[in-house]
Design a protein around this ligand. Structure first.
Ligand code: CA
Length: 227
């Protein structure tokens, strides 16, 4: 069972997260304060991912993050931030968080980010090789994509872009970021190659390529997997 710690002092948000994580197949351990979270982590050594709210009654989420990192470098940490807390993101990464999710978030966004982090922290036999975001299903072992159960033929580059999108639902990805992730730092081509591949990918996966609803454009920046 994939165990996730959920630290959030607001009962309704915590329940919302917990219900959705359970639905996605996770076992959840709840905490309403920083102290409680640290105690639960000590008791449950098999927790692989911790979701930390920042505004808490006793200590803030960054302090919790720092204390976790002081004794455990392996657990994956996702910070829950509010839209106005741009600076917090930066501080969050400096204190050792792996990722952040901005409130308000969709259940699909949060579970996809946890799944992605789980794959990165390498939980043993936890990766079943499937990323399911209906109507899409990506098989990371076979490197194949299906839409409504129908296979869609992709090039290796198109597959890598889809994987990047599905690992980051709802997140604005810059063209540079896509370029570096898919082609690598040493690729000497032009950034335009990103747009060329996105255009081709849209023809393959969108209901209407001229009116894309899955891969949306963020003008002057890049693209977003709209889930
Ligand atoms: Ca809070």
């Amino acid at each position: 069972m994939k165990k996730v710690l959920v630290l959030e002092d607001e009962d309704n948000i915590r329940s919302f997260v917990v219900i959705n994580l359970k639905r996605a197949g996770y076992e959840t351990i709840e905490a309403a304060s920083g102290e409680e979270a640290l105690e639960q982590l000590r008791r449950n050594q098999d927790i692989r991912v911790a979701i930390l709210d920042i505004m808490l009654p006793d200590m803030d989420g960054f302090e919790v993050c720092r204390r976790i990192r002081a004794s455990n470098s392996k657990v994956g940490i996702i910070m829950l931030t509010a839209r106005t807390q741009e600076m917090d993101k930066v501080t969050g990464f400096m204190t050792g968080a792996d990722d952040y999710v901005t409130k308000p978030f969709s259940p699909a966004e949060l579970t996809a980010r946890i799944d992605a982090l789980y794959r990165r922290v390498g939980g043993e036999s936890l990766d079943d090789g499937e990323i399911n975001q209906p109507p899409f299903s990506l098989n990371t072992r076979k490197r194949t994509l299906e839409k409504n159960g129908e296979p869609i033929k992709l090039t290796q580059v198109e597959y890598s872009i889809m994987k990047l999108f599905m690992d980051n639902p709802g997140k604005a990805l810059s063209r540079e970021e896509i370029w570096q992730t898919v082609w690598g730092e040493n690729y000497l081509g032009e950034l335009k190659i990103v747009d060329v591949n996105i255009r081709r990918l849209r023809v393959k996966i969108e209901d209407e390529a001229t009116n894309p609803t899955y891969i949306t454009t963020i003008w002057g920046f890049g693209y977003k997997w709209a889930f």
